[in-house]
Write a protein of this length. Structure first.
Length: 497
Protein backbone atom coordinates (compact mmCIF):
# COMPACT_ATOMS: atom_id res chain seq x y z
CA UNK A 1 0.00 0.00 0.00
CA UNK A 2 2.47 2.50 -1.38
CA UNK A 3 2.24 6.14 -0.28
CA UNK A 4 -0.84 7.93 -1.72
CA UNK A 5 -1.88 4.78 -3.58
CA UNK A 6 -2.75 3.32 -0.16
CA UNK A 7 -6.08 5.19 -0.32
CA UNK A 8 -6.89 3.58 -3.66
CA UNK A 9 -5.68 0.20 -2.42
CA UNK A 10 -7.98 0.48 0.61
CA UNK A 11 -10.96 1.13 -1.66
CA UNK A 12 -10.04 -1.86 -3.80
CA UNK A 13 -9.74 -3.98 -0.64
CA UNK A 14 -13.23 -2.80 0.39
CA UNK A 15 -14.68 -3.89 -2.93
CA UNK A 16 -12.94 -7.27 -2.77
CA UNK A 17 -14.26 -7.99 0.72
CA UNK A 18 -17.73 -6.75 -0.18
CA UNK A 19 -18.02 -9.03 -3.21
CA UNK A 20 -15.98 -11.92 -1.80
CA UNK A 21 -16.71 -11.86 1.97
CA UNK A 22 -14.34 -14.72 2.80
CA UNK A 23 -11.36 -12.73 1.54
CA UNK A 24 -8.81 -11.91 4.23
CA UNK A 25 -6.46 -8.99 3.65
CA UNK A 26 -3.32 -7.76 5.35
CA UNK A 27 -1.30 -4.73 4.32
CA UNK A 28 2.17 -3.22 4.29
CA UNK A 29 1.65 0.55 4.39
CA UNK A 30 4.06 3.34 3.46
CA UNK A 31 3.70 6.78 5.11
CA UNK A 32 1.98 7.42 8.42
CA UNK A 33 -0.71 9.65 6.92
CA UNK A 34 -1.90 6.73 4.78
CA UNK A 35 -1.68 4.41 7.78
CA UNK A 36 -3.77 6.78 9.89
CA UNK A 37 -6.41 7.00 7.16
CA UNK A 38 -6.63 3.22 6.87
CA UNK A 39 -6.76 2.54 10.61
CA UNK A 40 -9.53 5.11 11.11
CA UNK A 41 -11.80 3.73 8.39
CA UNK A 42 -14.18 0.88 9.23
CA UNK A 43 -15.04 -0.40 5.75
CA UNK A 44 -12.22 -2.96 5.51
CA UNK A 45 -11.17 -5.48 8.12
CA UNK A 46 -7.44 -6.14 7.97
CA UNK A 47 -5.88 -9.12 9.72
CA UNK A 48 -2.70 -7.10 10.22
CA UNK A 49 -1.14 -3.83 9.06
CA UNK A 50 2.57 -3.03 9.04
CA UNK A 51 3.77 0.58 8.84
CA UNK A 52 7.04 1.14 7.03
CA UNK A 53 7.95 4.16 9.18
CA UNK A 54 7.65 2.12 12.39
CA UNK A 55 9.90 -0.59 11.00
CA UNK A 56 12.48 1.93 9.83
CA UNK A 57 12.73 3.44 13.33
CA UNK A 58 13.80 0.06 14.76
CA UNK A 59 17.24 0.29 13.16
CA UNK A 60 18.47 2.55 15.98
CA UNK A 61 18.38 -0.36 18.44
CA UNK A 62 19.40 -3.03 15.93
CA UNK A 63 22.78 -4.76 16.16
CA UNK A 64 24.25 -5.28 12.71
CA UNK A 65 24.61 -8.96 11.78
CA UNK A 66 26.47 -9.32 8.48
CA UNK A 67 26.21 -13.12 8.58
CA UNK A 68 22.43 -12.81 8.71
CA UNK A 69 22.43 -10.45 5.73
CA UNK A 70 24.69 -12.75 3.72
CA UNK A 71 22.43 -15.68 4.51
CA UNK A 72 19.35 -13.71 3.42
CA UNK A 73 21.11 -12.75 0.20
CA UNK A 74 21.68 -16.41 -0.62
CA UNK A 75 18.32 -17.79 0.51
CA UNK A 76 15.83 -15.18 -0.59
CA UNK A 77 17.08 -12.35 -2.70
CA UNK A 78 19.02 -13.95 -5.57
CA UNK A 79 20.87 -10.69 -6.13
CA UNK A 80 23.06 -8.34 -4.16
CA UNK A 81 21.27 -6.86 -1.17
CA UNK A 82 22.69 -3.42 -1.76
CA UNK A 83 20.53 -3.02 -4.88
CA UNK A 84 17.49 -2.70 -2.59
CA UNK A 85 19.13 0.19 -0.76
CA UNK A 86 20.08 1.87 -4.05
CA UNK A 87 16.44 1.78 -5.16
CA UNK A 88 15.20 3.73 -2.15
CA UNK A 89 15.26 7.46 -2.87
CA UNK A 90 14.89 8.49 0.76
CA UNK A 91 17.23 6.06 2.50
CA UNK A 92 19.98 6.15 -0.11
CA UNK A 93 19.78 9.74 -1.39
CA UNK A 94 17.60 11.68 1.10
CA UNK A 95 15.38 12.68 -1.82
CA UNK A 96 11.58 13.02 -1.79
CA UNK A 97 12.02 14.56 1.65
CA UNK A 98 14.43 16.95 -0.07
CA UNK A 99 13.99 18.18 -3.63
CA UNK A 100 16.19 16.84 -6.43
CA UNK A 101 19.10 17.51 -7.12
CA UNK A 102 19.79 17.41 -3.36
CA UNK A 103 21.73 14.19 -2.82
CA UNK A 104 23.32 13.89 0.62
CA UNK A 105 22.41 10.67 2.49
CA UNK A 106 21.26 11.11 6.05
CA UNK A 107 22.39 7.60 7.04
CA UNK A 108 25.82 6.02 7.30
CA UNK A 109 26.60 2.80 5.45
CA UNK A 110 26.19 0.81 8.68
CA UNK A 111 22.84 2.45 9.45
CA UNK A 112 21.58 1.63 5.94
CA UNK A 113 22.51 -2.01 6.51
CA UNK A 114 20.66 -1.97 9.84
CA UNK A 115 17.56 -0.59 8.10
CA UNK A 116 17.91 -3.35 5.53
CA UNK A 117 18.22 -5.93 8.30
CA UNK A 118 15.18 -4.86 10.36
CA UNK A 119 13.05 -4.60 7.22
CA UNK A 120 13.95 -8.14 6.12
CA UNK A 121 13.22 -9.51 9.60
CA UNK A 122 9.83 -7.83 9.78
CA UNK A 123 8.82 -8.90 6.27
CA UNK A 124 9.79 -12.52 6.99
CA UNK A 125 7.87 -12.48 10.26
CA UNK A 126 4.90 -10.82 8.57
CA UNK A 127 4.73 -13.39 5.76
CA UNK A 128 5.26 -16.34 8.12
CA UNK A 129 2.38 -15.24 10.36
CA UNK A 130 -0.08 -13.99 7.73
CA UNK A 131 0.70 -16.66 5.11
CA UNK A 132 -0.73 -14.68 2.18
CA UNK A 133 -1.78 -16.55 -0.97
CA UNK A 134 -0.83 -13.56 -3.12
CA UNK A 135 0.88 -10.18 -2.77
CA UNK A 136 -0.37 -7.25 -4.86
CA UNK A 137 1.73 -4.15 -5.54
CA UNK A 138 1.03 -0.79 -7.12
CA UNK A 139 4.74 -0.23 -7.76
CA UNK A 140 8.15 -1.52 -6.69
CA UNK A 141 9.65 1.79 -5.64
CA UNK A 142 11.38 1.53 -2.26
CA UNK A 143 13.58 -0.72 -0.17
CA UNK A 144 10.58 -2.26 1.60
CA UNK A 145 8.50 -3.03 -1.52
CA UNK A 146 11.57 -4.34 -3.35
CA UNK A 147 12.41 -6.70 -0.48
CA UNK A 148 8.80 -7.82 -0.15
CA UNK A 149 8.67 -8.55 -3.88
CA UNK A 150 11.86 -10.64 -3.87
CA UNK A 151 11.13 -12.51 -0.63
CA UNK A 152 7.57 -13.34 -1.73
CA UNK A 153 8.89 -14.74 -5.01
CA UNK A 154 11.56 -16.77 -3.19
CA UNK A 155 8.80 -18.21 -0.98
CA UNK A 156 6.79 -19.02 -4.14
CA UNK A 157 4.00 -16.65 -3.18
CA UNK A 158 2.40 -15.31 -6.38
CA UNK A 159 2.82 -11.57 -6.87
CA UNK A 160 0.97 -9.15 -9.16
CA UNK A 161 1.88 -5.56 -9.94
CA UNK A 162 -0.79 -3.11 -11.10
CA UNK A 163 0.73 -1.24 -14.01
CA UNK A 164 -0.34 1.11 -16.82
CA UNK A 165 -0.45 -0.62 -20.22
CA UNK A 166 0.70 2.59 -21.98
CA UNK A 167 -2.30 2.39 -24.30
CA UNK A 168 -5.38 4.57 -23.73
CA UNK A 169 -6.33 4.40 -20.03
CA UNK A 170 -5.63 0.70 -19.77
CA UNK A 171 -4.17 -0.96 -16.68
CA UNK A 172 -2.96 -4.52 -16.51
CA UNK A 173 -1.41 -6.97 -14.03
CA UNK A 174 2.04 -8.49 -14.27
CA UNK A 175 4.02 -10.84 -12.04
CA UNK A 176 7.31 -9.19 -13.04
CA UNK A 177 8.27 -5.53 -13.15
CA UNK A 178 10.59 -6.29 -16.09
CA UNK A 179 7.83 -7.26 -18.54
CA UNK A 180 4.07 -7.74 -18.92
CA UNK A 181 3.86 -11.44 -18.05
CA UNK A 182 0.11 -11.92 -18.54
CA UNK A 183 0.07 -9.93 -21.77
CA UNK A 184 2.97 -11.98 -23.14
CA UNK A 185 1.00 -15.21 -22.57
CA UNK A 186 -1.82 -13.91 -24.76
CA UNK A 187 0.69 -12.50 -27.26
CA UNK A 188 2.21 -16.00 -27.63
CA UNK A 189 -1.24 -17.50 -28.29
CA UNK A 190 -2.01 -14.92 -30.96
CA UNK A 191 1.31 -15.62 -32.68
CA UNK A 192 0.36 -19.29 -32.90
CA UNK A 193 -2.52 -18.41 -35.22
CA UNK A 194 -5.50 -17.88 -32.89
CA UNK A 195 -6.21 -14.31 -34.07
CA UNK A 196 -9.90 -15.08 -34.57
CA UNK A 197 -10.39 -15.62 -30.82
CA UNK A 198 -9.35 -12.01 -30.19
CA UNK A 199 -11.29 -10.26 -32.96
CA UNK A 200 -12.84 -7.58 -30.73
CA UNK A 201 -9.52 -6.77 -29.06
CA UNK A 202 -7.82 -6.67 -32.46
CA UNK A 203 -10.39 -4.17 -33.69
CA UNK A 204 -9.65 -1.97 -30.66
CA UNK A 205 -5.91 -2.30 -31.30
CA UNK A 206 -6.24 -1.23 -34.94
CA UNK A 207 -8.47 1.70 -34.01
CA UNK A 208 -6.02 2.86 -31.34
CA UNK A 209 -3.00 2.55 -33.62
CA UNK A 210 -4.66 4.50 -36.43
CA UNK A 211 -5.73 7.27 -34.04
CA UNK A 212 -2.29 7.44 -32.43
CA UNK A 213 -0.52 7.71 -35.76
CA UNK A 214 -2.94 10.37 -36.98
CA UNK A 215 -2.64 12.45 -33.79
CA UNK A 216 0.15 11.23 -31.49
CA UNK A 217 -0.41 11.98 -27.81
CA UNK A 218 1.18 10.72 -24.55
CA UNK A 219 -0.85 8.11 -22.70
CA UNK A 220 -0.44 10.08 -19.46
CA UNK A 221 -1.99 13.54 -19.43
CA UNK A 222 0.56 14.57 -16.78
CA UNK A 223 3.30 14.18 -19.43
CA UNK A 224 1.66 16.62 -21.81
CA UNK A 225 3.65 19.83 -22.35
CA UNK A 226 0.55 21.97 -21.94
CA UNK A 227 0.06 20.58 -18.43
CA UNK A 228 3.59 21.42 -17.28
CA UNK A 229 5.18 24.78 -16.27
CA UNK A 230 7.95 24.64 -18.89
CA UNK A 231 8.62 28.36 -19.17
CA UNK A 232 9.38 31.21 -16.79
CA UNK A 233 5.91 32.71 -17.06
CA UNK A 234 4.25 29.51 -15.86
CA UNK A 235 6.93 28.87 -13.23
CA UNK A 236 6.25 32.23 -11.58
CA UNK A 237 2.45 32.23 -11.76
CA UNK A 238 2.52 31.55 -8.03
CA UNK A 239 3.44 35.24 -7.52
CA UNK A 240 0.06 36.40 -8.82
CA UNK A 241 -1.98 37.75 -5.86
CA UNK A 242 -4.57 34.96 -5.69
CA UNK A 243 -1.92 32.26 -6.23
CA UNK A 244 0.50 33.80 -3.72
CA UNK A 245 -2.22 33.85 -1.06
CA UNK A 246 -3.11 30.23 -1.78
CA UNK A 247 0.56 29.21 -1.60
CA UNK A 248 1.02 31.06 1.70
CA UNK A 249 -2.07 29.41 3.19
CA UNK A 250 -0.83 26.00 2.08
CA UNK A 251 2.63 26.62 3.57
CA UNK A 252 1.02 27.72 6.86
CA UNK A 253 -1.08 24.56 6.90
CA UNK A 254 1.99 22.42 6.22
CA UNK A 255 3.90 24.13 9.04
CA UNK A 256 1.00 23.79 11.48
CA UNK A 257 0.61 20.09 10.68
CA UNK A 258 4.33 19.57 11.19
CA UNK A 259 4.30 21.31 14.59
CA UNK A 260 1.31 19.25 15.76
CA UNK A 261 2.69 15.99 14.36
CA UNK A 262 3.66 13.57 17.13
CA UNK A 263 5.64 11.53 14.63
CA UNK A 264 7.64 14.27 12.97
CA UNK A 265 10.80 12.18 13.36
CA UNK A 266 9.54 9.64 10.80
CA UNK A 267 12.17 9.19 8.13
CA UNK A 268 9.69 10.12 5.36
CA UNK A 269 8.50 13.38 6.96
CA UNK A 270 9.07 16.51 4.86
CA UNK A 271 10.20 19.45 6.96
CA UNK A 272 8.40 22.65 5.86
CA UNK A 273 11.53 24.80 5.83
CA UNK A 274 13.39 22.37 3.58
CA UNK A 275 10.40 22.28 1.25
CA UNK A 276 10.43 26.08 1.08
CA UNK A 277 14.22 26.29 0.60
CA UNK A 278 14.24 23.69 -2.16
CA UNK A 279 11.39 25.40 -4.02
CA UNK A 280 13.21 28.74 -3.88
CA UNK A 281 16.34 27.06 -5.27
CA UNK A 282 14.27 25.61 -8.10
CA UNK A 283 12.92 29.05 -9.02
CA UNK A 284 16.45 30.47 -8.99
CA UNK A 285 17.54 27.72 -11.38
CA UNK A 286 14.66 28.67 -13.69
CA UNK A 287 15.95 32.26 -13.74
CA UNK A 288 19.47 31.15 -14.69
CA UNK A 289 18.34 29.04 -17.64
CA UNK A 290 18.35 31.36 -20.67
CA UNK A 291 16.92 30.70 -24.10
CA UNK A 292 20.42 30.79 -25.63
CA UNK A 293 21.12 27.52 -23.80
CA UNK A 294 19.12 25.64 -26.41
CA UNK A 295 19.65 24.74 -30.05
CA UNK A 296 17.05 25.00 -32.77
CA UNK A 297 15.69 21.84 -34.37
CA UNK A 298 17.12 21.28 -37.84
CA UNK A 299 15.06 18.71 -39.70
CA UNK A 300 17.81 18.33 -42.30
CA UNK A 301 20.07 16.75 -39.66
CA UNK A 302 20.60 13.04 -39.41
CA UNK A 303 19.93 12.63 -35.71
CA UNK A 304 19.24 10.18 -32.94
CA UNK A 305 16.79 11.29 -30.24
CA UNK A 306 17.48 10.71 -26.54
CA UNK A 307 14.78 12.03 -24.18
CA UNK A 308 15.89 12.75 -20.63
CA UNK A 309 13.89 11.08 -17.87
CA UNK A 310 12.53 12.17 -14.50
CA UNK A 311 14.81 11.79 -11.49
CA UNK A 312 14.58 10.27 -8.99
CA UNK A 313 12.19 7.65 -10.35
CA UNK A 314 11.89 3.90 -10.83
CA UNK A 315 12.19 4.53 -14.58
CA UNK A 316 15.95 4.56 -14.03
CA UNK A 317 16.51 3.31 -10.46
CA UNK A 318 14.53 0.07 -10.90
CA UNK A 319 14.39 -0.57 -14.64
CA UNK A 320 17.97 0.48 -15.43
CA UNK A 321 19.99 0.68 -12.20
CA UNK A 322 23.34 0.85 -14.00
CA UNK A 323 22.27 3.63 -16.38
CA UNK A 324 21.01 6.22 -13.90
CA UNK A 325 23.69 8.79 -14.78
CA UNK A 326 22.01 10.41 -17.79
CA UNK A 327 24.87 12.85 -18.45
CA UNK A 328 27.33 9.95 -18.69
CA UNK A 329 24.92 7.96 -20.88
CA UNK A 330 24.42 10.91 -23.24
CA UNK A 331 28.20 11.02 -23.73
CA UNK A 332 28.30 7.31 -24.52
CA UNK A 333 25.47 7.56 -27.06
CA UNK A 334 27.05 10.61 -28.71
CA UNK A 335 30.44 8.92 -29.09
CA UNK A 336 28.76 5.81 -30.56
CA UNK A 337 26.92 7.59 -33.39
CA UNK A 338 27.97 7.63 -37.07
CA UNK A 339 30.20 10.53 -38.02
CA UNK A 340 27.41 12.46 -39.81
CA UNK A 341 24.88 12.16 -36.94
CA UNK A 342 23.79 14.52 -34.19
CA UNK A 343 22.35 13.51 -30.83
CA UNK A 344 19.19 15.47 -30.02
CA UNK A 345 18.40 15.67 -26.31
CA UNK A 346 15.26 17.16 -24.79
CA UNK A 347 14.41 17.67 -21.13
CA UNK A 348 11.42 15.91 -19.61
CA UNK A 349 8.65 18.50 -18.96
CA UNK A 350 8.46 17.46 -15.29
CA UNK A 351 12.16 18.27 -14.78
CA UNK A 352 12.10 21.88 -15.94
CA UNK A 353 13.95 23.97 -13.35
CA UNK A 354 15.05 20.96 -11.31
CA UNK A 355 18.42 20.11 -12.80
CA UNK A 356 21.32 22.50 -12.12
CA UNK A 357 22.45 24.62 -15.05
CA UNK A 358 25.82 22.85 -14.96
CA UNK A 359 24.13 19.66 -16.15
CA UNK A 360 23.08 21.37 -19.39
CA UNK A 361 26.36 23.20 -19.90
CA UNK A 362 28.17 19.85 -19.62
CA UNK A 363 25.83 18.40 -22.23
CA UNK A 364 26.58 21.32 -24.54
CA UNK A 365 30.29 20.50 -24.42
CA UNK A 366 29.54 17.40 -26.49
CA UNK A 367 30.31 18.56 -30.07
CA UNK A 368 27.73 16.43 -31.89
CA UNK A 369 24.90 17.10 -29.41
CA UNK A 370 22.03 19.55 -29.76
CA UNK A 371 20.01 20.49 -26.66
CA UNK A 372 16.36 21.07 -27.56
CA UNK A 373 13.87 23.28 -25.69
CA UNK A 374 11.48 21.44 -23.36
CA UNK A 375 8.59 23.17 -25.17
CA UNK A 376 9.30 21.23 -28.39
CA UNK A 377 6.80 18.38 -28.79
CA UNK A 378 8.61 15.04 -28.56
CA UNK A 379 6.54 13.52 -31.36
CA UNK A 380 7.99 16.04 -33.80
CA UNK A 381 11.45 14.78 -32.87
CA UNK A 382 10.45 11.10 -32.94
CA UNK A 383 8.94 11.35 -36.41
CA UNK A 384 12.05 13.02 -37.84
CA UNK A 385 14.69 10.99 -36.00
CA UNK A 386 16.62 8.18 -37.68
CA UNK A 387 16.89 6.40 -34.34
CA UNK A 388 15.38 6.73 -30.85
CA UNK A 389 17.36 5.78 -27.73
CA UNK A 390 15.70 5.55 -24.32
CA UNK A 391 16.54 4.28 -20.87
CA UNK A 392 13.02 3.02 -20.16
CA UNK A 393 10.91 5.94 -21.37
CA UNK A 394 7.50 5.46 -22.96
CA UNK A 395 8.95 7.56 -25.79
CA UNK A 396 10.51 4.27 -26.95
CA UNK A 397 7.09 2.62 -27.13
CA UNK A 398 5.69 5.62 -28.99
CA UNK A 399 8.62 5.57 -31.42
CA UNK A 400 8.08 1.87 -32.07
CA UNK A 401 4.43 2.53 -32.99
CA UNK A 402 5.68 5.22 -35.38
CA UNK A 403 7.96 2.72 -37.17
CA UNK A 404 11.21 4.04 -35.70
CA UNK A 405 14.13 1.78 -34.68
CA UNK A 406 14.59 1.86 -30.91
CA UNK A 407 17.45 1.11 -28.53
CA UNK A 408 16.70 0.74 -24.82
CA UNK A 409 18.99 0.56 -21.78
CA UNK A 410 16.43 -0.73 -19.28
CA UNK A 411 13.89 -3.48 -18.60
CA UNK A 412 10.74 -2.40 -20.45
CA UNK A 413 7.73 -4.33 -21.72
CA UNK A 414 8.30 -3.46 -25.39
CA UNK A 415 11.79 -5.02 -25.45
CA UNK A 416 9.87 -8.11 -26.54
CA UNK A 417 9.11 -6.69 -29.98
CA UNK A 418 11.10 -6.57 -33.22
CA UNK A 419 12.44 -3.10 -33.97
CA UNK A 420 13.71 -2.78 -30.38
CA UNK A 421 17.09 -3.84 -29.05
CA UNK A 422 18.25 -3.55 -25.47
CA UNK A 423 21.87 -2.52 -24.89
CA UNK A 424 23.20 -4.69 -22.08
CA UNK A 425 26.83 -3.56 -22.27
CA UNK A 426 27.84 -0.04 -23.25
CA UNK A 427 30.78 -1.33 -25.32
CA UNK A 428 28.24 -2.97 -27.64
CA UNK A 429 26.47 0.30 -28.35
CA UNK A 430 28.33 1.42 -31.52
CA UNK A 431 27.59 -1.90 -33.25
CA UNK A 432 23.96 -1.92 -32.04
CA UNK A 433 23.45 1.58 -33.45
CA UNK A 434 25.01 0.53 -36.77
CA UNK A 435 22.74 -2.53 -36.96
CA UNK A 436 19.59 -0.60 -36.03
CA UNK A 437 20.26 2.06 -38.68
CA UNK A 438 21.07 -0.52 -41.35
CA UNK A 439 18.08 -2.74 -40.64
CA UNK A 440 14.90 -1.61 -38.93
CA UNK A 441 13.13 -4.94 -38.54
CA UNK A 442 9.77 -3.41 -37.57
CA UNK A 443 6.99 -6.02 -37.79
CA UNK A 444 3.56 -4.40 -38.08
CA UNK A 445 1.68 -7.65 -37.59
CA UNK A 446 3.48 -8.47 -34.35
CA UNK A 447 2.94 -4.92 -33.08
CA UNK A 448 -0.80 -5.22 -33.74
CA UNK A 449 -0.83 -8.62 -32.06
CA UNK A 450 0.88 -7.19 -28.99
CA UNK A 451 -1.54 -4.26 -28.69
CA UNK A 452 -4.37 -6.78 -29.15
CA UNK A 453 -2.97 -8.75 -26.20
CA UNK A 454 -2.76 -5.52 -24.18
CA UNK A 455 -6.46 -4.86 -24.72
CA UNK A 456 -7.35 -8.46 -23.89
CA UNK A 457 -5.39 -8.48 -20.61
CA UNK A 458 -6.22 -4.96 -19.41
CA UNK A 459 -9.11 -2.93 -18.07
CA UNK A 460 -9.97 0.73 -18.52
CA UNK A 461 -9.47 2.90 -15.43
CA UNK A 462 -8.24 6.49 -15.24
CA UNK A 463 -5.75 5.75 -12.48
CA UNK A 464 -3.60 8.74 -13.42
CA UNK A 465 -6.52 11.00 -12.56
CA UNK A 466 -7.70 9.06 -9.49
CA UNK A 467 -4.27 8.48 -7.97
CA UNK A 468 -1.63 10.84 -9.33
CA UNK A 469 -3.72 13.99 -9.85
CA UNK A 470 -6.43 13.67 -7.20
CA UNK A 471 -4.31 11.64 -4.78
CA UNK A 472 -7.28 9.43 -3.97
CA UNK A 473 -9.23 12.40 -2.65
CA UNK A 474 -12.50 11.65 -4.49
CA UNK A 475 -12.71 7.90 -4.07
CA UNK A 476 -16.34 7.91 -2.96
CA UNK A 477 -17.43 9.48 -6.21
CA UNK A 478 -15.04 7.44 -8.36
CA UNK A 479 -15.13 4.05 -6.63
CA UNK A 480 -17.15 2.52 -9.45
CA UNK A 481 -14.29 3.19 -11.89
CA UNK A 482 -12.10 0.77 -9.93
CA UNK A 483 -14.53 -2.15 -10.18
CA UNK A 484 -13.11 -3.55 -13.42
CA UNK A 485 -9.59 -3.55 -11.98
CA UNK A 486 -10.80 -5.24 -8.79
CA UNK A 487 -12.49 -7.93 -10.90
CA UNK A 488 -9.30 -8.45 -12.91
CA UNK A 489 -7.42 -9.02 -9.63
CA UNK A 490 -10.16 -11.35 -8.40
CA UNK A 491 -9.89 -13.33 -11.62
CA UNK A 492 -6.11 -13.64 -11.42
CA UNK A 493 -5.99 -14.71 -7.77
CA UNK A 494 -8.82 -17.23 -8.15
CA UNK A 495 -11.67 -15.54 -6.28
CA UNK A 496 -14.08 -15.73 -9.22
CA UNK A 497 -16.00 -18.96 -9.45
Amino acid sequence: MQRRFALVANEMARQLQQKYPDTKICGYVQTRSSFNFITKQNNVIYTKLLLDEDINALYKKEKLDLNFLKKMELEYLQSNLWSHVELDRIIRHNQLVREYPYNTPRYSHEDMLKILQVTIKNILNFLDKEKPDVVIFSVIGALSSSLLYCIAKAKHIPVYIITPARVDKLYTLTSSYKKFTEVEKIFANIKEGSESHFAKDREKALKFLRAFRDTPAPYAKTDSIKNRPINKRKQFKFLLPKNALRSLQWLNTLTYQYIKDRHKTDYSTIKPWYFFIDKIKQKIRVLTIHSNLYHEVRLTDNFAFFPLQVEPEISTMLYAPFFTDQLWLAKQIAKSLPIDFKLYIKEHPAMYGKRPKKFYTELKKIPNLRLIKPSVVSFDLIQNAKLVTVISSTVGWEALMLHKPVITFGDVFFNKLPGVQKCEAITDLPNIIKERLAMNNHDEQLLINYITALYHESVTVDMIDIWEIEGGGRLKERAQELESLVELIAQKIGLQR
